[in-house]
Design a protein around this ligand. Structure first.
Ligand code: NAP
Ligand code: MG
Length: 487
């Protein structure tokens, strides 16, 4: 029964490229295997695009741009709204598909599908609120008029860790603003995006507005687009390393860019915190998505007087979580996405142990099939351990004690990243003092999760440029034109 359901959701997914409204095969006929990370087995093969298909996709987007920009905002919004309804009515199938290609527990996949759909609802509402302004020039001798227009054809590149929501967070505002696009999902998880494209087509999105490229050679396939004058913008979510590369490529033709990059989130617990709430928040901030989130708490800075108790309680909670194949409803921790991700987690844990860190629970990879790693809590983590500086992207929680507010803030900010920080305290004045001093684009105050379609998501420092979601999200897809008027 379960295997039949799995087969039928996989078989229903389009496996070809979406270009100009048609599902097409690449001329090479090449395909790319998609694996189930809980078994390491290939579940299906999808089209593997090269530079030629990328050019065709951009041509289709460019051809559709003018009429799409002229389509009434209400119509564009209603397509998003219908897509929101369709996704919502198919949450279970979409979640199963996501768990199969990515590994996260099915409950996490359902949460992502719901979260991802909300970007379509939010931007369906924002589509009709794009406005300019009219004002007298200060010297009284003229008028200032501004209008907001779509940027034009965009390249959208998304990661594997949230295969649907990282797409809807870009597609939603691009559709609302009147931009056409070429989207390139991660090679590890193309299925959720292909299914999403099918839903958008069903919702009435015209041919050419959204073009989908799945590829095993993301660099060489997308490189020619950066030299093509028809491309106007790149929006990327992924690692800082790749983001930097795309920024360099974008510099050639001074493209608009949005970058949602890596993180190294500190989770700070003061001695006056509600410890029950802090432990619950820590479990969410660490274990959501098996720790494979840019917002994942990467390091726990805990006030010395409560550090031992916090560590013990966190270890008890994390150590009791059920590990297994994500399709099982009772599983709380799935496999990591691939062997490379698991080996990196293992390397960081081994490095910390070699420097004196002590596993309170877990600490090693799991035996058997699939890319599993044991949920881990590390105590006595020395300041030079690599996992305090690098993104862990796995179910590993290092705890480091601190003495006083200044030390906590200094430790939290001691990173080139600045996506999110978490703070637990019951002292209102301390809360705001610390929030103001933290160098991050987002703060979770007595909360282990910040993501919300109505809020501006994004980072400072090397965590990115621009914001997604909120009132800010649509700005990334609009240009301002100023008209000087002589009365
Ligand atoms: P990644 O390796 O940077 O890949 C991200 C995307 O870029 C994938 O689609 C990838 O395709 C593609 N890509 C890689 N090299 C490229 C190139 N030279 N040209 C064009 N595209 C290229 O990141 P990931 O491992 O998928 O995702 C994990 C990272 O994403 C973490 O660092 C995490 O913090 C970050 N992230 C950030 C946010 C945020 O909002 N700030 C959200 C989620 C994740 P292939 O993989 O198929 O090559
Ligand atoms: Mg996979």
């Amino acid at each position: 029964m379960a295997a039949t359901a799995e087969r039928s959701v996989v078989e229903a997914v389009p496996r070809r490229l979406l270009i100009g409204g048609d599902w097409v095969d690449p001329t090479s006929g090449a395909t790319l295997p998609v694996e189930d990370p809980s078994t390491g087995e290939t579940i299906v093969e999808v089209a593997d695009a090269g530079p030629e298909e990328a050019r065709q996709a951009l041509a289709a987007a460019a051809d559709a741009q003018e009429s799409w920009a002229a389509t009434p905002a209400r119509e564009r919004g209603e397509i998003l709204r219908r897509a929101f309804e369709l996704i919502t009515s198919r949450v279970d199938d979409l979640a199963l598909l996501m768990t199969l290609e990515m590994g996260k527990p099915i409950s996490h996949s359902r949460a992502e599908v719901a979260y991802g759909a909300e970007f379509f609802r939010w931007f369906s509402e924002e589509a009709v609120r794009v406005a300019g302004r009219y004002l007298p020039a200060p010297d009284g001798r003229g008028r200032i008029l501004t209008m907001r227009q779509p940027v034009g054809p965009c390249l959208l590149v998304t990661p594997w860790n949230f295969p649907m929501a990282m797409g809807t967070r870009k597609i939603g505002p691009a559709v609302a603003a009147g931009c056409t696009m070429v989207i390139k999902p991660a090679g590890l998880t193309p299925l959720s995006m292909l299914e999403l494209a099918r839903i958008l087509t069903e919702a009435g999105l015209p041919p050419g507005v959204l073009n989908v490229l799945t590829t095993s050679s993301s660099g060489s396939a997308t490189a020619p687009l950066f030299d093509d004058p028809r491309l106007r913008k790149v929006s990327f979510t992924g690692s800082t390393e790749v983001g930097r590369k795309l920024l360099e490529q974008a510099a050639g033709r001074v493209l608009r860019v949005s970058m949602e990059l890596g993180g190294n989130a500190p989770f700070i617990v003061f001695e006056d915190a509600d410890l029950d709430a802090a432990v619950e928040g820590a479990v969410v901030a660490k274990m959501r998505n098996v720790g494979e989130a840019c917002t994942a708490a990467n390091r726990f800075h805990v006030a010395a007087p409560v550090a031992a108790e916090f560590t013990e309680r966190l270890a008890a909670r994390i150590g009791a979580m059920k590990v297994g194949r994500g399709t099982d409803e009772s599983v709380e921790v799935g496999p990591l996405v691939d062997e490379a991700t698991r080996s990196k987690v293992e390397e960081l844990v081994d490095d910390a142990r070699a420097r004196g860190a002590r596993p309170v629970v877990g600490g090693t990879r799991s035996d058997g099939r699939g890319y599993f790693f044991q949920p881990t809590v590390l105590a006595d983590v020395p300041p030079d351990a690599r996992l305090l500086r690098e993104e862990i992207f796995g179910p590993v929680a290092p705890v480091v004690p601190f003495e006083g507010e200044d030390q906590a803030v200094a430790a939290a900010n001691d990173t080139e990243f600045g996506l999110v920080a978490y703070v637990y305290t019951r002292d209102l004045r301390r809360a705001f003092r610390v929030v103001e001093r933290l160098e991050s684009g987002m703060v979770g105050l007595n909360r282990g999760m910040v993501s919300n379609p109505a809020a501006p998501f994004g980072g400072v420092k090397q965590s990115g440029l621009g914001r997604e979601g909120g009132f800010e999200g649509i700005d990334e897809y609009l240009e301002t034109k100023y008209v000087a008027i002589d009365l």
